[in-house]
Design a binder for this molecule. Structure first.
Ligand SMILES: *[C@@H]1O[C@H](CO)[C@@H](O)[C@H](O)[C@H]1NC(C)=O
Ligand SMILES: *[C@@H]1O[C@H](CO)[C@@H](O)[C@H](O)[C@H]1NC(C)=O
Length: 326
């Protein structure tokens, strides 16, 4: 098990030349071969997204709770981009949302929010759990604010970037207030390349009510696929209104009709794990010695899974069940 721990801490990162965001690319791989500086997209061994297989998770008792410092509302600019909707957070000190703790050794500051949706309601997330996709995936892209002050610089640094990923599940009635603000703003930018200022996004409402997550070392899911990203994926999806998701998808369609191209996919296919450990703070060990864990033997008895469910945020519908839940 020590070996696994070392794998986690020793995983090294490739430095690479930055992205020129104007270069065209698609998730179908047609344009991606053109640029030599995107070679990590093909050759990288720490690529994202991945399929999270629950039985492969390593419980790591050293993982802490994610600490957040989030203003009540944040402002930014939403851009209808070629391959996703991206919200660029305004760079004012009172507007900065910070994340630390969890698997992170540094403090990270939110820079962009990407909303990924798929062609259908059941296939919209980039990451998968046991082969299954969620309706959407919201990615909070953060730069290492201990070492640098922008995502552009951070993407080149080891441990430069953290992406906090939130699965979203379409629901017939229940919605999410922050996601609604997003959808309203998106309706103002129906065409590719358009942008709109969003004065007030209540980001806190977008975070699921859970302390559980999985984490691994990976990459950006778009060129140049730089492998400087620590991913944190919450175990519980938020609910978004199915009608709002349809609205977003419709928006993208109108966009594509105008540009005359075939329907583009928002999501990258899952990439090989290449023996990377996927760690979690979910204690999946109900029985001693039954599964792989980073827990040292000495801790087994004192840290047995309690009989009752944890009181905090036991999900009614979770991607991955914490200790004690059904
Ligand atoms: C986040 O950190 C920055 C400094 O890095 C600080 O100016 C800002 O106020 C912090 N945000 C919150 C909500 O505390
Ligand atoms: C954001 O603001 C800080 C402080 O004013 C500045 O140092 C930094 O370069 C800015 N970042 C970007 C990406 O403009």
């Amino acid at each position: 098990m020590d070996v696994m721990l070392r794998l986690v801490t020793l995983c090294f990162h490739t430095f690479f030349i930055g992205i020129n965001s104007e270069d065209p690319w698609t998730y179908d791989g047609r344009a991606n071969v053109l640029k030599p500086s995107w070679h990590l997209c093909h050759k990288g061994k720490f690529q994202s997204p991945i399929n999270v297989v629950p039985r492969m998770l390593l419980y790591d008792p050293m993982l802490r709770r994610l600490e957040t410092q989030i203003p009540d509302t944040i402002s930014g600019t939403l851009i209808n981009k070629d391959n996703d909707l991206t919200f660029y957070v305004d760079n004012n000190t009172w507007n900065l949302a910070n994340f630390s703790g969890g698997p992170f050794m540094y403090g990270y500051t939110l820079s962009e929010i990407k909303v990924k949706i798929g062609k259908t309601q059941s296939d919209g997330s980039e990451h998968r759990v046991d082969g299954r996709a969620f309706s959407a995936e919201i990615q909070l892209i953060c730069y290492n604010s201990d070492l640098t002050n922008s995502l552009r610089k951070a993407q080149m640094l080891p441990y430069g970037v953290a992406i906090i990923s939130i699965f979203a599940e379409a629901h017939p009635k229940e919605g999410n207030s922050a996601f609604s603000v997003f959808v309203d703003a998106a309706s103002r930018v129906p065409w590719q390349g358009q942008d709109t200022h969003v004065p007030s996004l209540g980001l806190k409402a977008m975070l699921p009510d859970t302390i559980y997550y999985v984490t691994y070392e990976g990459s950006f899911t778009q060129p140049a696929c730089l492998e400087t990203v620590t991913w944190l994926i919450f175990n519980k999806p938020i609910k978004i209104k199915a009608t709002q998701l349809d609205k977003l998808r419709h928006l993208r369609k109108r966009n594509q009709e105008r540009s005359g191209t075939v329907t583009q996919n928002h999501i990258r296919t899952t990439m090989p794990l290449h023996n990377r450990p996927i760690r979690t703070n979910i204690n999946t060990q109900k029985k001693r010695g039954s599964l792989c864990t980073m827990k040292r033997d000495a801790f087994y008895q004192s840290n047995e899974c309690p009989d009752s469910s944890p009181t905090t945020g036991v999900p009614d519908k979770s991607a991955l069940a914490p200790c004690g839940s059904k």
